[in-house]
Design a protein around this ligand. Structure first.
Ligand code: 4AD
Ligand code: MG
Length: 461
C-alpha cells in the first residue's frame, strides 16, 4: 500500500486489516523497548511511522535499521498516540531489504545544502525537497497535457536531431558520429567531418518549426519535450537541456495567443494548487513564505499587457539604476523583466511587439516595419517563462526577413513551402517547463528542478 493512501484516510479504522508498506528509512528512534521507524516511499511528503514493539518477532532487526535502509513492514493502521502524526502502523512483522552503512551513506538526518545535494543526483530524490519537486513536476506535466487535451489540441512529437536552427540564433549542439570501436577519437578528438552520416545535424533548440507543419494540417497542436541550448550561461534560470511545451495554433493572431498563454498559466497554477497542497505548503514554509498566496493571486487575476515600447518607457521613467542600459532596440534583461513584473505591476506581464532586430526571423512583421508580433510572458522572481509570436505567413516577407537575418533559404525549403501552399495565419509559444516549475515551487535554482541538470559546469550523471 502506498503511504499516501494510508495517510489520506479519514479514520484509521477505514483501512481494515493488515497492510504492507515498503519504503526507505528516514529516522529510527527507540524508547522504552519500542522503536519508532519513519519510512517514506515517495508517494507523499509525510513519513509513515512504523512502531515496532518488543513483542514483534522482528524486534531484533531494529538495531540494524539506519537512515537509507529499505524495509518492508506488515501491520495495522492505528491512531497515533504520539504528537506529529495522525496515524501509525503497528508492525506485526518487519523485513530489512537493503542496508545502508551509516558510516558511508551520505544523507543524514540533518538538513543538507542544495549545493551539496547537487553532487548526489542519485540520492537526492530521497530528500523531502527533491521528492516534493519531483511530485510537483509530475503534477504540472500532467496538468499541461490535461489543459491542451481538454481543448482539443493534438499532442505531437517533434525530432531532437534536426538540420535546422529554429531560432536562427546559432547556439546549438552538434550531433556527431563517433566510432566507439575506434576510441582514441572519443578521447578529446572530435572528427568534424563525420557529422550525422555525412550531413550536418544538431540537437533541436525548439520543436516550433515542425509544430508549424502540423498546425497547418491539424489546426491546434502542442509538443512537450526536451530542447537544447549551447549558450554558455551559468545562471539560476538557464540549462543546456530543458523541457519546453510548445502549442501552435492555426487561424490565431497575437491577441488570441496572449489569451491562450494567460488561460494556460492560470489553469496550470490552479491545477498545482489543487493537486499538490502538502508539497506547496512545504515549499511555502521552507523556501518562499509568499508562495501559495502568489500562486493563488495569479490563478485568480488578469495578467497585465503592455507593448515593448511601453515597457521601455516605463523602465526609463522608473528612476532605477539598472546594470544594463534601457534603450529602445535593446533586449530586455532579466533585471528589467523583474522590475516590470515585480515592482511596476506586481503580477504577470505579457510584453508584446518587440523590435524585429532582437527577435527571430519567423515572427510576423508589423505594419510599422520595425516591430514584430512577439510576446513574452514575465513572472515575478523568474522573468521570462514564455516566449512566442504570431508567425510570418507571407512568403515574400518571410524570405526578406530570412535574407536580412543572413539565413540560407535552402535548409528551410519545406518551411517556405508551408507559405506557398494554403498559408494561414498562425501563432504559438514555448513555455520553459523548468522555469515554470521553479516558479511554482519557489526554488531558487533551476538546477534543482530537473533531475539531472546539464549546464556548462554540471553534467556528471
Ligand atoms: O523564448 P524561446 O527561445 O522561444 C522559442 O524557442 C520559440 N521557438 C518557442 C515557440 O514559439 N514555440 O524559449 C521559450 C522558453 C523561454 O521563455 C524560457 O522559459 C525557456 O523556453 N528557455 C529556457 N529555459 C531554461 N534554460 C534555457 N537555457 C532556456 N532558454 C529558453
Ligand atoms: Mg525568449
Amino acid at each position: 500500500t502506498r503511504i499516501k493512501d494510508l495517510l489520506s484516510a479519514e479514520n484509521s479504522g477505514d483501512v481494515t486489516g493488515p497492510v504492507n508498506v515498503k519504503g526507505w528509512v528516514k529516522t529510527v528512534r527507540s524508547s522504552g523497548g519500542v522503536a519508532f521507524v519513519q519510512i517514506n516511499d515517495g508517494s507523499t511528503l509525510a513519513d509513515l511511522q512504523v512502531v515496532v514493539g518488543a513483542d514483534c518477532p522482528d524486534y531484533s532487526l531494529v538495531n540494524g535499521l539506519t537512515t537509507g535502509c529499505s524495509v518492508s513492514a506488515d501491520g495495522v493502521l492505528q491512531d497515533s498516540l504520539g504528537r506529529g502524526q495522525k496515524f501509525e502502523i503497528v508492525a506485526a512483522s518487519l523485513e530489512l531489504i537493503g542496508g545502508a552503512d551509516p558510516e558511508e551513506y551520505p544523507l543524514q538526518k540533518k538538513r543538507h545544502t542544495l549545493e551539496f545535494l547537487r553532487e548526489l543526483a542519485h540520492l537526492r530524490p530521497r530528500t523531502n525537497t527533491f521528492g516534493a519537486v519531483a511530485r510537483v513536476r509530475n503534477a504540472m506535466a500532467f496538468g499541461i497535457h490535461k489543459f491542451f487535451q481538454e481543448r482539443g489540441f493534438l499532442y505531437i512529437q517533434t525530432p531532437i536531431i534536426t538540420a535546422s536552427d529554429a531560432e536562427g540564433a546559432g547556439a546549438m549542439f552538434r550531433a556527431t558520429t563517433l566510432d566507439l570501436n575506434n576510441l582514441p577519437l572519443a578521447e578529446g578528438l572530435v572528427d568534424n567531418d563525420a557529422d550525422f552520416f555525412g550531413r550536418p545535424a544538431f540537437l533541436t533548440v525548439s520543436g516550433q518549426l515542425e509544430a508549424e507543419i502540423f498546425a497547418q494540417a491539424m489546426s491546434d497542436v502542442y509538443t512537450f519535450g526536451p530542447t537544447f541550448r549551447a549558450e554558455n550561461s551559468n545562471t539560476s534560470r538557464h540549462l543546456a537541456e530543458f523541457w519546453m511545451v510548445e502549442p501552435e495554433v492555426a487561424f490565431c493572431d497575437l491577441d488570441g495567443l496572449a489569451q491562450l498563454a494567460e488561460d494556460f498559466l492560470r489553469n496550470l497554477f490552479s491545477h498545482v494548487l489543487e493537486t499538490c497542497p502538502e508539497d506547496l505548503a512545504f515549499f511555502n514554509r521552507f523556501y518562499d513564505k509568499e508562495l501559495v498566496q502568489t500562486l493563488e493571486d495569479i490563478a485568480n487575476s488578469d495578467f497585465e499587457r503592455m507593448t515593448y515600447t511601453e515597457a521601455v518607457a516605463a523602465l526609463q521613467a522608473s528612476g532605477e539604476s539598472f546594470e544594463y542600459p534601457v534603450e529602445w532596440g535593446a533586449d530586455l534583461q532579466s533585471e528589467h523583466e523583474r522590475y516590470l513584473t515585480e515592482r511596476k505591476v506586481g503580477r504577470p506581464v505579457i510584453v508584446t511587439d518587440y523590435p524585429s532586430s532582437i527577435k527571430a526571423f519567423y515572427m510576423r512583421l508589423n505594419d510599422d516595419g520595425e516591430t514584430v508580433r512577439a510576446l513574452d510572458v514575465l513572472v515575478p522572481r523568474i522573468g521570462e517563462i514564455i516566449g512566442g509570436s504570431q508567425r510570418e505567413e507571407r512568403l515574400d516577407v518571410l524570405q526578406r526577413r530570412m535574407a536580412e537575418a543572413g539565413l540560407d533559404d535552402a535548409p528551410y525549403w519545406w518551411y517556405l513551402d508551408l507559405r506557398r501552399y494554403g498559408t494561414a495565419p498562425h501563432a504559438g509559444f514555448g513555455l520553459g517547463f523548468e522555469r515554470t516549475v521553479q516558479f511554482a515551487t519557489g526554488m531558487q535554482n533551476i538546477r534543482d528542478i530537473i533531475a539531472f541538470p546539464r549546464t556548462p559546469r554540471n553534467a556528471e550523471f
